[in-house]
Design a protein around this ligand. Sequence first.
Ligand code: 3PG
Length: 213
Amino acid sequence: MNPKTQSERTRALCELAPVIPVIVINDAADAGKLGEALVSGGLPVLEVTLRTDAALDAIKAMSKIPGGHVGAGTVLTREQVYRAKEAGASFAVAPGATETLIRACEDASLPLLPGAVTASEVMQAMEFGYDMLKFFPAETSGGAAALKALAGPLQGVSFCPTGGVTPDNASSYLSLPNVVCVGSSWVASGDAIASGDWAGIESRARSASHLRG
Ligand code: 3PG
């Protein structure tokens, strides 16, 4: 798999909606209803973080939702890439980027959204053919102002800022020409999932799906 093609595939997913819900799920039995609420609300691209025992089973369940694209988040190792792919993930998200991880995703033909914050990290990702990157952790790394400053010298690179993105600051990111979408947990918070508030999650997804810069 050519890494450039991988990055193009990631970009196409990122372009589907302004917000990618970042999900931490503790009970895979919730995955179907959660995924359906988010997709029905207009957010078809979902990131399930591999931080809980339930994550892979949740990905398995969500990968069957019509119109949805479920990815695995917090992917750190080659083994996780293969487990995510096997579970039905259609992309992977990482907080950073290593050559091992990039090669593993290429080998598995799993589009990767690699993390980068500094100019050097962005340039390294570009050397591997990646021009659609996760900017993480967004708010503590300078937020929208930092992304705006990176746009000048690093043209042709786009970002999905994640980490501290809220309904209040999402538009300041989405208004930037080098931001394609944002990632955030606000749409499907741990509390909302734990209480089975599918209607509230769908309603927040609907509002998020209309966000523009
Ligand atoms: C995460 O690491 O969980 C994501 O970056 C989401 O961050 P958030 O909870 O600040 O939206």
